[in-house]
Design a protein around this ligand. Sequence first.
Ligand SMILES: O=C(O)CCC(=O)C(=O)O
Ligand SMILES: [Fe+2]
Length: 340
Amino acid sequence: MNHTSETHAALPIIDVSALITDSSAEALQTVADRIRNACRAHGFFYVSGHGVDSALIQRLEMLSRRFFALDEQEKMRWRMALGGRAWRGYFPLGGELTSGRPDWKEGLYLGTELADDHPLVLAATPVHGRNLFPDVPAFREAILQYMEAVTTLGQALMRGIALSLELPANYFESRYTADPLILFRIFNYPSQDVPKDMDVQWGVGEHTDYGLLTILLQDQIGGLQVKTPGGWTDATPVPNTFICNIGDMLERMTGGWYRSTAHRVVRNTSGTDRLSFPLFFDPNYFSRVHPIEGLPHVPDADDSASRWDKENVHAFNGIYGDYLLNKVSKVFPQLRQEVL
Ligand SMILES: O=C(O)CCC(=O)C(=O)O
Ligand SMILES: [Fe+2]
């Protein structure tokens, strides 16, 4: 892996504190301009000054390591098949496919905690429900607090993205994210050889994310790579930052003015396990995602020919939940048969 400093210099680090505290119009404009430049150039940027408590982050990392250190058999007590339609729980190494190939990672699928008697759960709405919290003391509290803190950050970042598009700050919140769909994953990329008979190449294969904005915490190991016009660039770990990237729905809303940028994770050969924590800040499950009026026209908005999945996100018609389910059922084909 390449850990040289010039590689992450390609992706900007934006101090977003003005979006979180009361700030002057001028300070907000400065952040909005930086976000616009980053979204137009890369679709990826780091955020600092994000306001998420570093002690909480450390606690979450420590407890996650404790969980992944358990025996495989023990971890399977919280396997995804037991999460039913909520799509929650643990999946083992090689258990998730990207573009039809197993990824070399294991993980825990989480999301907004909804009780069994919540109307959406009673209605058997996919990806809504209870989490399968592993039996690691204090893990549940750390996960819930982290999801809440990063969801608050997501709302702030979406205000910045709205301003970057010269829209009212509450544009996304008032239309799509008053009750956002929050899915959260904790991944472990073990530094472990792949058996000879397995067709594995990547930690995670090339893909784009599906929703609005992904907010990723990663440890110090590295391995995330971003597709740029000039080739693949390392998203090198930078302490005390999150990495943000645009999802398909924001590309769709902006008519391709902002793109959902492809990325992948190299197989971890560092000798130490790598943890990452993507939180997907997405439109409400039932929302229909419409193009924003008044943005510059992008003639080649349909980029399906060069996309990893060959799909045209601008042609999609339906609720966000349908778009999402179509994607997740490809990464867990076995589970689709069991629970959907
Ligand atoms: O682990 C990472 O660094 C990225 C994971 C990712 O791209 C995803 O979960 O969508
Ligand atoms: Fe991703």
